[in-house]
Design a protein around this ligand. Structure first.
Ligand code: SF4
Length: 451
């Protein structure tokens, strides 16, 4: 009988990529994807703990799935990811119908566990250990033919006061560079032209490896992979943004002109309470060094408002930093307590209303800046990797520039997964509306902003 699975993913790109791995394991066990949980024999929730909202959603799903389990007792309910690792007992209590809990560092053992569960093993309930990273790469079922995510490291050693990642994903460990390089070579051979290197703090890649290797060295190794046109990476920690990395970004032709550099706050007092390991001034200096070295560099960030103890004056310093930094885009969050983090014990709570007011004020400032930056680049020609037809207007195509900005333009002659050159004509918050240019002309006119 054809058995099916359904995976729902919450949270970051690393979780999305883990879900590609989980899908590969299930396919390897002979299961087929199902569009809905209602029809699936195996339901997987790949969870995120970084904020309260995804937590609530997962518990709501699990409540819904109680009926699905009662309807078909042989159906498997699997909770994977950061919530499984952080609050296994809480999940068991709220949802005793869950069959298996799998932590984000246990996936190499997933195949055996799922086979046992599918064969009716009722005993096995949790997989929360921490496997060696290159033990057994997952059989990723990638969703995209030309773009791919590649894990380069797991975990984090920074222990920022508000963050659960080190608790959920464990201490930092880097994959061997040969394993990463081989994976990228195989991907490029299979037609992938753009890879995104994933890690909680990619700038500290290689610590603990023998022989030691830094992130710039890894980039240099991957830059030479035949067929690869673009390398992206996320996430960077500002305290580890080295001069060597900035130099590599400027020199290596495949490394895209986009840097995601979370700042979290603009006040030195709050940055210290968060344990970020740098000041606002140091952050701005590194940002400027990167901008000076890499022409056309786009910079994006993460920021939170309402961290315990944040005063109006502290928040004004965040606004001031945003005016000085002029980010291309910012992911903004209201602080919420996370289980087991230092910040949960901190006093001087900011009210939800105050958080909301600060959030709106910061969003208005950032949107104005993002629009101004895109306005300033109207008229430039960008290399765009076409994703496909625009959802709102099928006569238009959409794709991303090397700055990771969206470009929407007439679709004619712009097949998906191809590189084209587009002149930015109208600015939007997320990028531009544009007009196709013939690559030859663009190159001849030296307008093509690709390398
Ligand atoms: S560096 Fe990032 S992942 Fe690590 S603890 Fe800080 S916020 Fe969390």
């Amino acid at each position: 009988m054809m058995r099916t699975y359904h995976i729902e993913t919450f949270g970051c790109q690393m979780n999305e990529h883990d879900s590609e791995g989980i899908a590969g394991v299930l396919a390897g066990l002979g299961l087929f994807p199902s569009a809905s949980a209602q029809d699936a024999d195996v339901i997987v929730l790949n969870t995120c703990s970084v904020r309260e909202k995804p937590h609530r959603k997962v518990f709501a799903r699990l409540a819904d799935y109680r009926a699905l389990k009662a309807e078909r007792p042989g159906r498997l309910i699997v909770v994977a990811g950061c919530m499984a690792q952080l609050i296994p007992e809480g999940i068991r209590e709220a949802a005793p119908h869950v069959d298996l809990l799998v932590g984000p560092r246990s996936y190499p053992e997933l195949e055996t566990a799922l086979r046992r569960k599918l064969e009716g093993d009722l005993q096995l309930a949790t997989l929360l250990g921490r496997c060696e990273p290159d033990l057994q790469p997952l059989p990723y079922q990638r969703q995209d033919a030309v773009r791919a995510w590649v894990d380069i490291m797991y975990g984090c050693d920074n222990h920022c006061a508000y963050c659960v990642v080190p608790l959920a994903r464990g201490p930092e460990v880097s994959r061997r560079s040969e394993a990463i390089e081989q994976e990228v070579v195989d991907l490029a051979t299979a037609g992938v032209v753009e890879v995104t290197l994933l890690g909680q703090n990619v700038n500290s890649y290689g610590r603990g490896l023998t022989p030691p290797m830094g992130f710039p060295d890894l980039l240099a190794r991957l830059d030479g992979v035949a067929g690869l046109r673009r390398i992206r990476f996320t996430t960077s920690h500002p305290k580890d943004l080295s001069a060597r990395l900035i130099e590599a970004m400027a020199r290596l032709s495949t490394v895209c002109e986009h840097l995601h550099l979370p700042v979290q706050a603009g006040s030195d007092r709050v940055l210290e309470r968060m344990g970020r390991g740098h000041t606002a001034g140091e952050y701005l200096a590194r940002l400027q060094r990167a901008r000076d070295a890499v022409p056309g560099l786009a910079i994006t960030t993460d920021v939170m408002v309402g961290f315990p103890g944040e005063t109006r004056r502290d928040f004004d310093e965040t606004l001031a930093l945003f005016r000085a930094a002029r980010f291309d885009q910012a992911f903004m969050f209201r602080y919420s307590d996370r289980p087991g983090t230092r910040a949960t014990a901190m006093a001087d709570r900011v009210s939800e209303d105050e958080k909301q007011e600060r959030f709106v004020e910061l969003a208005q400032l950032q949107n104005r800046i993002a629009r101004e930056i895109n306005d300033e680049r109207v008229g430039e020609v960008f290399e765009v990797l076409v994703e496909g037809p625009d959802a709102k207007d099928p006569k238009k195509a959409r794709g991303r520039t090397r700055q990771n900005k969206l470009m929407i333009f007439p679709a004619e002659g712009a097949p998906a997964d191809q590189f084209v050159h587009v002149r930015a004509q109208e600015a939007r918050l997320w990028g531009w509306l544009g007009e196709r240019q013939s690559s030859q002309d663009a190159k001849l006119r030296g307008e093509a902003k690709d390398r």
